[in-house]
Design a protein around this ligand. Structure first.
Ligand code: PMP
Length: 359
């Protein structure tokens, strides 16, 4: 008999060195306010629930791998053709397809920091190099520094608007100037996970930019405003040759039949979604104004969340206070805390808590 193995198979260095994605803790009880993950606090749209129930009866079958119906529905929603659309298991899944589809080992991906924490993970997993460009003093993207960071190894640039976690959008004109300044063989991804929550005109008219600059790729999700975070479906809009490449890099059948049907039904229920979004935006305005009156200095957020920059001491105090109060928020070591805007009762709890810690 062979001796038991003492050396285990090794994971790649790129994997063992990965920064970890720490999700918000799951809600554990009735009194817990789940404000850590920028989810919609509404139950799924009734039409989405019906669509999922219908699709569930056929889940012994694989989903449509080409997601034809969903891609057609997204295309109609955006006024483009289905061959410009690629879907994936959440926009994070599509983003992985983008990075693995475009980057060889050692290639560079530029993004602002702080931004969505999955960016460096996906880049490093692909063996590419993350290039983090610090946010400017207004918590927004420093586009001149990002343009200056381009090298011949740059393959992809990620722009997040409104930016997670700061909520700050990038204006249309600034992105357009940036697109004129960078090489057209670099894919510029505009991650618009929170676009539905942004006031018209605060961020870019990304579709217009996409039509003018074929190296633009728009990334969107059903996880936030559409309330389907648990189903995992997102999409990219890109030049047909790129969208086709993204579809090839996808895992077969990555988007479930339930998710495909629910996403179509959610787009059909656009007006209901818009009413919910309007209510969240109203709450965002209300609590931002109250926090300002309490003495907090915040940059205006265009997402369904607020960002409080905090030094180490303040952050530790806030984390402790939120924990004790049963309010789950997202703390970012060394930077600050992000709080999802939800229903008025939860938002009021946040206001009461922060009042006690205002400057
Ligand atoms: N982009 C940004 C900026 C995000 O904040 C998130 C979710 N936190 C995503 C993409 C990914 O969302 P999903 O994979 O659920 O579509």
């Amino acid at each position: 008999l062979a001796a038991p193995a003492t050396v285990l198979p090794a994971l790649r260095g790129a994997v063992t060195g990965l920064p970890s994605y720490v999700p918000g803790r799951r809600s554990a009880g009735a009194d817990i306010a789940a404000l850590a993950s920028n989810e919609s606090h509404y139950e799924p749209l009734p039409a989405a629930i019906t669509a999922v129930a219908e699709a569930a009866g056929k889940m012994n079958r694989y989903p449509d791998m080409a997601a034809v119906e969903l891609r057609e529905r997204i295309a109609r929603h955006l006024g483009v053709t289905p061959n410009e659309v690629a879907v994936g298991p959440g926009s994070v899944g599509v983003l992985q397809q983008i990075i693995t589809g475009l980057c060889d080992a050692g290639d560079e991906v530029i993004f602002a920091w702080r931004s969505f924490e999955a960016y460096p993970i996906l880049v490093e997993l692909a063996g590419a190099r993350p290039v983090r460009i610090p946010l400017d003093h207004l918590e927004g993207h420093d586009l001149s520094a990002m343009a200056a960071a381009v090298t011949e190894r740059t393959k992809v640039i990620l722009l997040c608007t409104p930016n997670n976690p700061t909520g700050v959008p990038i204006s249309h004109d600034r992105i357009e100037a940036f697109l004129r300044a960078v090489r057209s063989d670099i894919l510029v991804v505009i991650d618009e996970a929170y676009v539905e929550y942004a006031e018209a005109g605060s961020g870019p008219d990304s579709l217009a930019l996409y039509r003018q600059y074929p190296n633009v790729c728009i990334l969107r999700t059903f996880s936030k405003a559409y309330g389907l975070a648990g189903l995992r479906v997102g999409y990219a809009l890109a030049a047909p040759a790129i969208a086709e490449g993204l579809r090839r890099t996808a895992l077969p059948f990555a988007v479930s039949a339930l998710a495909q049907k629910a996403a179509v039904a959610s787009l059909d229920a656009g007006e209901e979604m818009a009413e919910r979004v309007a209510a969240v935006k109203q709450e965002r305005v209300r609590i931002a104004a109250e926090l300002e009156a309490q003495g907090w200095k915040l940059q205006p957020s265009q997402g369904n969340f607020l960002w409080i920059r905090a030094d180490e001491v303040l952050l530790a105090t806030l984390v402790e206070a939120f924990n004790v109060a049963g309010i789950m928020v997202r703390a970012y070591q060394g930077d600050g805390v992000r709080i999802t805007v939800a229903d008025p009762t939860s938002n009021d709890r946040v206001l009461r808590l922060l009042e006690a810690h205002a400057a």
